[in-house]
Write a protein that binds this ligand. Sequence first.
Ligand code: SF4
Ligand code: FES
Length: 211
Amino acid sequence: MKRVEVIIDNQVLSVRQDIPLIQALREQGILLPSLCYHRLLGGYGSCGLCVVEIYTEAGWRPRHACLLQPEAGLQVKTNTPTVLRLRARAARLLLRRGPFPKKEVEELLGHLVQKGEKTCFEPDDKEAAARSRAGNPAPGCILCGLCVRICEKIRKSRLTFLGRGKNLQVSFVSAEEEAAACGSCKACQRICPTGFIEPSAREAFKARLYK
Ligand code: SF4
Ligand code: FES
């Protein structure tokens, strides 16, 4: 397994090249916040929490660490005011999809909002947040796609995204076959970061069957 030297917050580290940067940093004890990444499924780029800044020809630019592959000489900053502000913004948007059954998700997001506000205060649009929460068809689901991807990975492919824009939701692919085909393996339930799939996938997605 090839390793490369990268510069993380001004410190030279040797990391694996064959895994996403977020995972390579985890293996070095550097934990970036994340909700849509899983080591078995790879990066997805939907939660926005793993943002870092990397040095490019055009200067420092924000990127999702779950979608970046380490390469020799890569320069990364994990804790700049820009990073904290972007994480806070992503966390605010995710909070609008709550409340979440797992309270630690609320705590993580609240903490990221607070950290961002300390470096660069951006007022929250409370009315937009309330409207967004009220119109959310599936409170508790952040659309991270982990359930859909794990279901596909284990070759069942019973879950899919349906709808567009604010009506986008996770659903079973077929109403008629769902009961026979779901199998209740609980893979989606175990991987869901927010606790939305409780007590079962059938329960969580039953109102959203594709016909
Ligand atoms: S149900 Fe859970 S795993 Fe599936 S998209 Fe929503 S938050 Fe992610
Ligand atoms: S973990 Fe990278 S965007 Fe969610």
